[in-house]
Ligand binder design. Structure first.
Ligand SMILES: CC(C)(COP(=O)(O)OP(=O)(O)OC[C@H]1O[C@@H](n2cnc3c(N)ncnc32)[C@H](O)[C@@H]1OP(=O)(O)O)[C@@H](O)C(=O)NCCC(=O)NCCS
Length: 173
């Protein structure tokens, strides 16, 4: 089976414990500081939204993990199999995670991304995420530590009366 075949025709489904070994292999090739199999298992067991994109019976194309509680959600991981990057799969996965966030009445979605990961920052900015801060020395790096860019996106909530909810983007930072 060729993972490069028709990258756009995959389907979303729940990530299973049985997927973790394959996912960890994709993860190792994608990140210098990768999550272990145990972290993926913990995310599944914790009940996070752990999703994979796959043409049935073909290799997994991409995966994404979102935690959501009490009106806030966090994108914890979005990753595309190395040879399938640049075909819009991350955008599909992110849109899917945002749909899941909306389905559980999320008001604000947050994420952290390495300051050097311009590709991912552009992906998130294109999807409407705004930079709301910087966490200094948040990530391990080959030399020392690396900053995290903190990004957030508000999801429209439909109220009968004007919302008194938070809005991160109207006030001064
Ligand atoms: C970052 C990553 C998820 C992007 O996946 P992808 O499938 O290549 O992204 P897409 O093809 O869906 O592109 C979506 C957007 O990402 C950005 N992007 C994708 N490839 C890019 C590139 N080579 N250069 C700059 N921006 C790029 C663009 O904004 C693009 O939108 P556009 O095509 O409208 O300009 C992928 O490179 C990856 O898995 N990297 C390793 C894991 C990682 O860093 N994850 C993010 C941190 S959690």
């Amino acid at each position: 089976m060729n993972p490069q075949r028709e990258p756009g025709t995959g389907q979303f489904r729940q990530m299973l414990l049985a997927d973790v070994r394959e996912i960890a292999l994709i993860e190792r090739r994608a990140y210098a500081f990768f999550w272990t199999e145990g972290i993926f298992r913990d995310c599944i067991r914790a009940g996070y939204h752990c999703r994979v994109l796959q043409v049935p019976h073909d290799p997994i194309q991409a995966y994404g993990i979102l935690s959501a509680a009490a009106g806030d959600a966090h994108v914890l991981n979005v990753c595309v199999r190395e040879e399938l990057q640049g075909h819009g799969l991350a955008k599909q996965m992110l849109d899917h995670l945002l749909d899941l966030a909306r389905s559980v009445q999320t008001q604000t979605v947050f994420l952290e991304v390495r300051a050097s990961n311009q590709r991912a920052i552009r992906l998130y900015a294109t999807a409407g995420f705004c930079e709301i801060g910087l966490r200094s020395g948040y990530y391990p790096a080959t030399k020392g530590k690396e900053d995290a860019v903190v990004m957030a996106k508000e999801l429209p909530v439909h109220h009968d009366k004007p919302s008194g909810g938070r809005n991160f983007f109207n006030g001064p930072r």
